[in-house]
Design a protein around this ligand. Structure first.
Ligand code: PLP
Length: 457
């Protein structure tokens, strides 16, 4: 054994762990999770932790649903792998596409199945470009997203993310990426501005951004229904209707990124439903299998699919796939997930839990460390501030994924001591427990959260 190497790699050892401070990781043991049951996980020291982040918003069914495990086992026994491409696929991938088609708010939907949300988003951008080339508009390539957003880790999906420091740090090619403000109502409003006026200002900004770029160069607009990545900001009333109207006027496609919001978080299968969204494309991942197997989907309208077909008619092969597209084990688990959502009446369960989660979130509004609270569906967020206890400047909303606030960092550590994980994004703490959480567990979550806030104050 190479002792020297083991010593210099103390901490995370040889594993590169992203979204971490790599310098600090050199000396610090990461949190190492070894087990899960229901909404709880356990680390290597046997410490039990209530995971109110659902492991980056994935574990809709928690950590021990044996039906998902059995579905994977069955498929592994029958056909562990076959690739989807060159007009070949597997039965369960065909079935998954047929099951998803009527569930999404997209006319005559076509479904492409991949592994990660980053791929789902990146490929949606690729499909937009292919369509525009086929239509004789190859210059229509630019995509608009919102500052503070996160849409993935590949070059294109990271460029689409609204973190300037990420663009700079990785020297991302930014020519075709445009940004508009992230809605943050009411904190982002001017003094005296009504909700309708605030929305009007955001929509005017979108219009100006398109005009300045040249409408004939803009391919798409990408947004999460509720932006989780920069701290959980539900949209103000009328925002997406205004966005859609502008996009339609300029022939711009709308990708609804439901990688986090989809699969029940709002008490509906997709957040598009309660928010009245009418996308041309959707990206799904995380909840599709509760995180048990990496599966994602890019869903496109029939009209868009027709253009892909026409492009393929012009060129021959539609030269796009990944080896693990339509992975049979992933598809089998995703099918089982859809079955469970129905059988367990999961969406009704979620709707039944929403009032108590909201009550608990709002009850924290007067905590000295809390500057603002927000709640929507089975999720909520606290914007942390030290202003009321006379501390250093905190409470910065919509800061972007890379700006980790000092108060958030402290709270994150204290929470772990109380056996709790919520997702810290800048100075926002986002609470999104597994959808199967029980009432008594919601009480326990907030008991731990309040105790941690008290300690951190
Ligand atoms: N889109 C959104 C909204 C996300 O939050 C994420 C990841 O967190 C992605 C896309 C990328 O998904 P993945 O990490 O599975 O590649």
């Amino acid at each position: 054994m190479d002792v020297e190497n083991t010593l210099t790699n103390a901490g995370s050892g040889s594993l590169l762990i992203g979204f971490s401070n790599l310098r600090r990781a050199r000396g610090e043991r990461p949190l190492v999770i070894t087990k899960g049951r229901g909404v709880f996980i356990a680390d290597e020291d046997g410490r039990e932790i209530l995971d109110a982040s659902s492991s980056f918003y994935c574990a809709a069914l928690g950590y021990s649903d044996t039906r998902l495990v059995e579905a994977a086992r069955r498929q592994l026994g029958q056909l562990p792998f076959y690739t989807t491409g060159m007009h070949r696929t597997v039965d369960v991938a065909l079935e998954l596409a047929e099951k998803l088609k009527p569930l999404v708010p997209i006319a005559d939907a076509h479904v492409a199945i991949y592994c990660t949300g980053s791929e789902a988003v990146d490929f949606a951008l690729k499909f937009m470009r292919y369509r525009n080339v086929a239509r004789g508009e190859p210059q229509r390539r630019k995509v608009i997203s919102r500052w503070g957003s996160y849409h993935g880790g590949t070059i294109a999906s990271a460029a689409l993310g609204g973190g300037r420091d990420v663009h700079d740090a990785f020297a991302l090619p930014m020519d075709d990426f445009l940004f508009v403000s992230q809605p943050n109502w009411p904190a982002g409003a001017e003094p005296g501005e009504s909700e309708a006026q605030y929305v009007g200002r955001l929509i005017a900004e979108l219009e100006q951004t398109i005009e300045a770029a040249g409408p004939e160069t803009v391919a798409g607009f990408v947004a999460e229904p509720i932006s989780f990545s920069c701290g959980f900001f539900p949209p103000p009333a009328g925002y997406f209707a205004g966005v859609r109207e502008v996009l339609d006027r300029h022939g711009i496609l709308y990708l609804d990124d439901e990688v986090i919001c989809g699969y029940g978080r709002t008490g509906h299968l997709f957040a598009a439903e309660p928010l009245g969204l009418k996308p041309d494309m959707m990206s799904l991942a995380k909840g599709m299998t509760s995180g048990y197997f990496p599966v994602s989907a890019t869903i496109i309208s029939g009209e868009l699919y027709d253009w892909l077909e026409r492009g393929s008619e012009q060129r021959g092969t539609f030269a796009h796939a990944t080896t693990a597209s339509g992975h049979p084990v992933g598809a089998a688990v995703a099918l089982e997930m859809l079955r469970i959502v129905k059988e367990d009446r999961l969406l009704e369960q979620v709707q039944a839990r929403i009032p108590s989660l909201h009550r608990h979130v709002h009850a924290l509004a007067d905590h000295p460390l809390v500057g603002a609270v927000r709640a929507f569906g089975l999720a909520g967020a606290l914007t942390l501030t030290t202003a009321r206890i006379g501390g250093i400047g905190a409470g910065s909303a919509a800061g972007g994924v890379a700006m980790m606030g000092a108060v958030g960092r402290i709270l994150g550590r204290v929470m772990l001591d109380h056996g709790l994980i919520v997702r810290i994004t800048g100075d926002n703490a986002v609470i999104a427990p597994p959808l199967i959480i029980q009432e008594s567990e919601i009480d326990e979550l907030f008991r731990r959260l309040r105790a941690a806030l008290d300690d951190a104050a």
